[in-house]
Design a protein around this ligand. Sequence first.
Ligand SMILES: NC(=O)c1ccc[n+]([C@@H]2O[C@H](COP(=O)([O-])OP(=O)(O)OC[C@H]3O[C@@H](n4cnc5c(N)ncnc54)[C@H](OP(=O)(O)O)[C@@H]3O)[C@@H](O)[C@H]2O)c1
Length: 213
Amino acid sequence: MKILVFGASGAIGQEITAELLRRGHSVVGVTRTAAPVEGLDVQFVQGDAADAASVAVLAQGVDAVVSAVGPRRGSENDEESLVGAARGLVEGLRLAGTRRLIVVGGAGSLEVAPGQRLVDTPDFHPAWKPAALAHARALDEIYRAADDLDWTYVSPAAVIEPGERTGSYRTGGDQLLTDEAGDSRISIPDYAIAIADLLDSGGAVRRRITVAH
Ligand SMILES: NC(=O)c1ccc[n+]([C@@H]2O[C@H](COP(=O)([O-])OP(=O)(O)OC[C@H]3O[C@@H](n4cnc5c(N)ncnc54)[C@H](OP(=O)(O)O)[C@@H]3O)[C@@H](O)[C@H]2O)c1
């Protein structure tokens, strides 16, 4: 497949790109800077997920788009950048006539009990809250409303970190997945495998899923 990865230079985007290349897909990485990443043999092009016109040009003729964009660092706020990217991607894919979109989302909107989101629990780290709320808004207001696209929003476990590539993971729906010890974790390489599996299977269309060990 021909796949466009927005945020391909990021911590998660790099692993997704490497996994897709390993499977023989044709991948182009998109970032605002187009700066290459050492050791990642992929073409980078300049583009902005928040700019629908830029997305439309790049997404023309591709089979699928993956977004692993992160909140902007610095003065701009998380909400503006993540919600803006969601709007730009959805509108850009519509203009390009490309339907498949896989989004690297946040874990904060996952439920820990009926009606209670992880982001609203007292121990949720305050520093992560703005991004978690922005991810939740993008899911509820933009992706869930895009019923003309084949989107899948993939929330990682509460903790996603560098680690082993085991090839083993569990998937769930809107509820946070935890292990026997009560921890919710996934390694970035296994999360990347889950994303690549989704692209290969075409599954979980117009749904949020979560991936954890
Ligand atoms: N448990 C959780 O909920 C959890 C934990 C970790 C991460 N995440 C989410 O996972 C996503 C990826 O995280 P990460 O740590 O891999 O991010 P990261 O390392 O900060 O990388 C972000 C990537 O996105 C690109 N980017 C940012 N804005 C863009 C835009 N508007 N258009 C095109 N490219 C853009 C950046 O490149 P340029 O700056 O060059 O454009 C970079 O390649 C984030 O949304 C993050 O919130 C969730």
